[in-house]
Design a protein around this ligand. Structure first.
Ligand SMILES: Cc1cc2nc3c(=O)[nH]c(=O)nc-3n(C[C@H](O)[C@H](O)[C@H](O)COP(=O)(O)OP(=O)(O)OC[C@H]3O[C@@H](n4cnc5c(N)ncnc54)[C@H](O)[C@@H]3O)c2cc1C
Length: 470
């Protein structure tokens, strides 16, 4: 496992998204989205009531929720550094996979048992909420509600899962939706012959770019302006006498506003430098494979899988219901990777994929699915994206203290699809005057002075990268 000494966290300076990123499978299959480069050279308005920075799932859903709750679309602008939704929301591994119990120990140690229970319960609600949303609006985004398996590939990891499951259950955590299998039954159910034990619970897979594009298209039709290729370089107090407004600066001009919503995920510390110590950019990699006979027709996967050797060494697998493409995600800190690859994960560079990770994936595919013989021919594509890892494994949500009128919804690690659908609506509720208790979010998601102090004390003692979800 990688320790913090292996990574020069301080060596990576806050950055805007870098130009010329690679394209993911999801982006390659949505190049005709009409708003991809919207307003890329139109003049920027000088004033807006609401400025959202970032057009990923957080930004798009925040705009949607504002308009759902009575704000005029014409009062909202979304500023996006690259093409529409070009960050992690269009680069992920397609899993909407709530944690059912595994994170309990980690969250309990950092945030207390009560909050840990809430963090996990919140993710289950997100799955329901996305499902309802997609059904209600008939969104074509390959949403596939199914079950997922946490596949324990070693006895050690099976023991870790068993212990965590019991501590979660004993603390009052709801496990009524979790099935457990071991030995031959586990191997039969998962289809993976190295399986020692497996836990199964409801989850989904999705075409994440299509969901985000649907949201952007909808809010644009409601009057929201989306300005792509418009990186925000600074947010400063307006020099006006009462200093109640903010100036959002971009190379294309400045927008003055009373309300800024930071939906910039891994990049948040460029505009909020005080977050730099607690939010690390990590490059994650995923792969698409053309389904061979073993995964085609009636043998198409009906569940999703998280194939786990240990907490930090795993592979995630979904199969798209549309074209049957398999999407294989990889944990970032696999012990099989070279020291150079491990050092390279703390970066903003999503311009290509890593060959070492790619080789590991090919090797593991043949170990986990013997007879499948994965090679460069059936491995269709590989890509990377940047995730924002917070020091205490939970996102930053809500008002920014001492920056009246600025809000944040960011820091989702490798797990935003299981969180954003409650966090973005929660931030919007707060902006429109509700109390935290109306958001139904765990209180620990707030970015309070107390939380910052706690992260500060953790900073030198824990490994930022030591807890990876999905
Ligand atoms: C390879 C990979 C696999 C993953 N797999 C999964 C998974 O299976 N399940 C899951 O739940 N999560 C997964 N994730 C994580 C998930 O994708 C993210 O948590 C989620 O998409 C975050 O959404 P967001 O809108 O907050 O951020 P993003 O989608 O990153 O959006 C932020 C946007 O802000 C823009 N931006 C940033 N700074 C500026 C600026 N200064 N000015 C203007 N615009 C700016 C960026 O260009 C970007 O479009 C994965 C991520 C990756 C990279």
């Amino acid at each position: 496992m990688m320790g913090s000494s292996d990574v020069d966290l301080e060596g990576v300076r806050p950055s805007a998204p870098l130009p010329e990123p690679c394209l993911s499978y999801w982006q390659r299959t949505t190049r005709a989205f009409p708003h991809l480069n919207r307003n890329h050279n139109a003049p920027l308005p000088s004033r807006k009531r609401y400025v959202i920075v970032g057009s990923g799932l957080s930004g798009a859903l925040s705009a949607f929720e504002l308009t759902e709750n009575g704000v005029q679309g014409e009062d909202i602008i979304i500023l996006e550094a690259r093409e529409a939704a070009s960050g992690a929301s269009s680069r992920n591994a397609g899993h909407v996979r709530p944690d059912a119990f595994r994170g309990f120990k980690r969250y309990s140690s950092l945030h207390g048992q009560d909050q840990a229970l809430k963090v996990i319960a919140n993710e289950r609600l997100v799955l329901d909420r996305i499902g309802e949303f997609v059904r209600k609006h008939h969104i074509e985004c390959d949403f596939n509600l199914t079950t997922t398996f946490d596949v324990c590939l070693t006895a050690e990891f099976a023991a870790y899962e068993a212990e965590t499951f019991m501590s979660f259950k004993n603390a009052g955590g709801d496990v009524s939706h979790v099935n457990f299998f071991e030995g031959e039954e586990a191997r039969k159910r998962t289809g993976v012959n190295k399986t020692v034990a497996a836990y199964e619970w409801p989850a989904a897979s999705i075409h994440p770019a299509r969901l985000t594009h649907w949201l952007l298209d909808t809010v644009i039709n409601r009057g929201v302006s989306l300005f792509t290729h418009c990186p925000v370089s600074k947010v400063e107090r307006s020099p006006a006498v009462d200093e109640k407004e903010w100036q959002v600066r971009t190379p294309r001009g400045t927008v003055t506003t009373p309300t800024v919503i930071h939906c910039t995920n891994a990049y948040a510390s460029l505009l909020l430098p005080s977050l730099n110590s607690y939010l690390a950019p990590n490059r994650a990699q995923a792969h698409s494979l053309v389904a061979s006979n073993t995964f085609s027709g009636s043998k198409t996967l009906t569940n999703t899988l998280s194939l786990r050797y240990s907490l930090n060494h795993f592979y995630s697998l979904i199969q798209c219901p549309g074209d049957g493409t398999l999407i294989l995600g990889v944990s970032r800190t696999n012990p099989t990777l070279s020291a150079e690859t491990l050092r390279g994960i703390v970066t903003f560079d999503d311009g290509g994929y890593n060959e070492d990770v790619f080789t590991d994936v090919l090797k593991q595919w043949n170990v986990l699915f013997p007879g499948e013989d994965a090679n460069r021919d059936n491995l269709d594509h590989a890509w990377t994206g940047i995730i924002g890892v917070t020091d205490d494994s939970i996102p930053f949500v809500g008002p920014l203290e001492n920056l009246d009128g600025q809000w944040i919804c960011a820091g989702f690690g490798g797990h935003g699809m299981a969180r954003i659908f409650n966090c973005a609506p929660g931030v919007v509720k707060l902006i429109l005057g509700s109390d935290w208790s109306d958001t139904a979010l765990p209180e620990c998601f707030q970015l309070t002075t107390r939380r910052v102090a706690k992260m500060q004390s953790l900073h030198n003692t824990t490994d930022r990268n030591n807890y990876i979800l999905v």
